[in-house]
Ligand binder design. Sequence first.
Ligand SMILES: *Cc1c(COP(=O)(O)O)cnc(C)c1O
Length: 410
Amino acid sequence: MSSTREIADLYAKYVMNTYAQKVALVKGQGTVVSGADGNRYIDFTSGIAVQNVGHAHPKVVQAVAEQMATLNHCSNLFYNEKQALLAKKLVEISDLDVGTKCFFCNSGAEANEAMIKLARLWGHLGGKGDDNGGYVEIVTMMNSFHGRTLATLTATGQAKVQDGFDPLPVGFAYADFNDIESVKAAINDSTVAVMLECIQGEGGVIPADTKFMKALRALCDEREILLLCDEVQCGMGRTGDWFAWQSTGVKPDAFSLAKAIASGVPMGAVVASSKLADVFTPGRHASTFGGNPLACAAALATIGVIESENLLERAADAGDAIMSGLGKIADAHPGLVKAIRGQGLMIGLALDPGKIDAGRVVDAARDIGLLVCKAGGNAIRILPPLNVTDDEIDDGLDILADAIDEVAGA
Ligand SMILES: *Cc1c(COP(=O)(O)O)cnc(C)c1O
């Protein structure tokens, strides 16, 4: 087995330098992962909100192994039952309206890309109700994250994601998150949709206010435009609901999924209410791998585990436990913690940038056995598997407290 050093040397020579890795991982089981150098880590990243049922859950492993040996891919030139069953399940747990349907692809960016295409086509076809159509512009939020394809990085309201990639596609406008007046000002006669994350993930784990969501829904209804939610990170049980929009009291017209949907087998999906469900017709949109039997089997098994192990409830309870643990850490370090935000097991610890660097805390925590993510706004993002145990929570928080002590004292 190679060491992290040897693997890093191969990366330096042969892999484009788009990330800044520090250690190589070789094995994962539940909430624990092992590094190439024999280190053991508590994983509060879940592969960035992907392993919601933990690494290598036996039910998912079995479903994937069986499907791989039976029919892993057959293209969308043919029906496959697993895709039909998964779509039925997603429609049931989303409970949008009668006539809701799904489209499957392979990543979060692709799911958002499909949702953008769906909204534009609806606008072009005169979906708004009147006559001539031609409504194409999508309003997104500042500080959002929607992916790295050209359309989705343009939808992303962060200059650092867009810099150097112009010319960018046209058809996007930006508003301030949690500011309904700003959204109103960004809407014009060619607007077709408003798109947002109910909890901004990369941006620093910033939840949308319920009041803002309700006002958005009313505004979209009034202007006859679409409300689109990006559930790529906050969806699939992470917040204690299947989808984060479910706790806001409003329903979107469509939402996108990816990350946790198939426990790390690449998959993205769009779930669209009846208004949009029949807008795509043969030839309008497609994906070679999208919804193949392997990914669908993984997704069905993942949803089955979340249901049979009551992981929505567990996410809410575990989230409360972590929030109160973080509260104690904040009390022990007056002035260091600016905010503890989030819902369920999507939690952000925002640190005062004038006093401590979140990136250094992430590094220090990793060196003593805890994996956490950095997010925007000098925040540490905590995303454990939904079946994280109480002991793992205690151990993880102890390590995080030690890491903060170390960096703050240095
Ligand atoms: C990760 C993420 C994406 C992009 O997903 P990819 O699978 O990396 O393309 C889009 N939106 C949100 C909210 C995300 O967190």
